[in-house]
Design a protein around this ligand. Structure first.
Ligand SMILES: NC(=O)c1ccc[n+]([C@@H]2O[C@H](COP(=O)([O-])OP(=O)(O)OC[C@H]3O[C@@H](n4cnc5c(N)ncnc54)[C@H](OP(=O)(O)O)[C@@H]3O)[C@@H](O)[C@H]2O)c1
Length: 270
C-alpha cells in the first residue's frame, strides 16, 4: 500500500528534501509532489530525483497527496495551513515536522476532525539516520499511521509517543545532534592538546561514537554495562571517567535535555 502513495511536501529544505529523497529511494511512496519558495531547491530536487519528483504550488502538492508533510519553519506553519486547507483531498492526513507546534494549534486551521500527525525527526535525516518520534490525534487511522511510519523509516528509526512527550523528544533527539557535536568537539580538543592531529582525532572520535552507538543498538547492553566493560580497576578509563564525574558531565547532560524540553514548552505557548 505505502509504495503506491503520493507524498506531498510543503517546504523541501533540509528535512523535507531529505524525506523526499529517502522515501523515494526506499520505495515507501510512489511519487513526491514538492513545493518550496526556493526555485533553485525545486530545480535541484527535480534534477536529482527524476520523474518521481514533481515540483508544484503548495495547493497542488496537497491536492494529489495521500500524506501531506508540512516542513517549513514553525512560524510559517499557520501560513502554509491557510494555503493548503482548501486543497486537502478526503482521506489524506497532514503531518507536521515543525518543532513546538502542537496539534491543538494545527487543528483549528484545518477542516473539522482532520487527521494530524506530528513528527519530531532530527538533522541526521539527511543521511538516513534520524531518530523520529511520531504522535497522532484521534482522527488518524492505524493504516495512515502505518504508512507514515514507513515513510519516516526510510530515513531512520521511528517510535510512537504520546503528544505530551513531544517536548522531551524535542529536547532530546531534536536538539541532540548539537549535544553530541559538543561532546565530539571536546574529545577532539583533548586529543589535539596531547599532540594528535585534528584530522586523525576527528576520524577516530566520529568512529568512536558510531561504534559505541552500534554496540548499544545491536546488543542488550545498558550504557552503564558498556562503561563497566571498558573500565579496568586502576586503569586509564577510570582516570578519564573520574574527570567527567568531577565536572558533572552527566548532570549537565540531564540539565540540557530538561532545559531544552522546557524551552520547547515555552515556545509552544508563545
Ligand atoms: N533542521 C533540524 O534539525 C530539525 C529537527 C527537527 C525538526 N525540525 C523542523 O523541521 C522544519 C523544517 O526545518 P528545516 O531545517 O528543513 O528548514 P529549512 O531548511 O528552512 O526548510 C524549509 C523550506 O521551506 C521553504 N518555505 C518557506 N515557506 C514556504 C511556503 N509557504 N511554501 C513552501 N515552502 C516554503 C523555505 O524556503 P526559504 O528558506 O526560502 O524560506 C525552505 O526551503 C522546521 O519546522 C523545524 O522546526 C528541524
Amino acid at each position: 500500500m505505502a509504495g503506491t502513495l503520493t507524498l506531498g511536501i510543503v517546504g523541501v529544505g533540509n528535512l523535507g528534501g531529505a524525506l523526499a529523497e529517502g522515501a523515494l529511494a526506499a520505495g515507501a511512496v510512489g511519487r513526491v509532489v514538492g513545493s518550496d519558495v526556493s526555485k533553485e531547491r525545486l530545480t535541484e530536487l527535480t534534477e536529482r530525483l527524476g520523474d518521481q519528483f514533481q515540483s508544484a504550488t503548495p495547493q497542488q502538492a496537497t491536492a494529489s497527496a495521500d500524506i501531506v508533510v508540512v516542513a517549513v519553519k514553525p512560524h510559517l506553519v499557520p501560513v502554509v495551513l491557510r494555503q493548503i486547507k482548501g486543497s486537502l483531498p478526503a482521506g489524506s492526513v497532514v503531518v507536521s515536522v515543525a518543532a513546538g507546534v502542537p496539534t491543538a494549534k494545527i487543528s483549528p486551521s484545518l477542516p473539522d476532525r482532520w487527521p494530524i500527525v506530528r513528527a519530531m525527526p532530527n538533522l541526521a535525516m539527511v543521511v538516513g539516520a534520524s531518530a523520529t518520534a511520531l504522535c497522532a490525534n484521534e482522527h488518524v487511522s492505524e493504516e495512515q499511521l502505518d504508512s507514515i511510519e514507513t515513510v519516516f523509516r526510510s530515513v531512520g528509526t521511528t517510535v510512537r509517543v504520546d503528544e505530551s512527550m513531544m517536548h522531551v523528544v524535542t529536547g532530546l533527539t531534536g536538539s541532540g545532534p548539537a549535544y553530541v557535536s559538543v561532546l565530539i568537539d571536546g574529545l577532539i580538543s583533548g586529543a589535539v592538546k596531547k599532540g594528535l592531529s585534528t584530522d586523525l582525532a576527528r576520524e577516530l572520535v566520529v568512529q568512536l561514537f558510531y561504534g559505541s552507538a552500534k554496540l548499544l543498538q545491536e546488543t542488550d547492553l545498558h550504557p552503564s554495562q558498556l562503561r563497566d566493560r571498558v573500565t579496568t580497576p586502576g586503569g586509564t578509563t577510570i582516570a578519564g571517567l573520574s574527570e567527567l564525574e568531577a565536572h558533572a558531565v552527566r548532570s549537565a547532560l540531564m540539565s540540557a535535555v530538561e532545559a531544552a524540553a522546557e524551552r520547547s514548552e515555552e515556545l509552544a505557548q508563545s
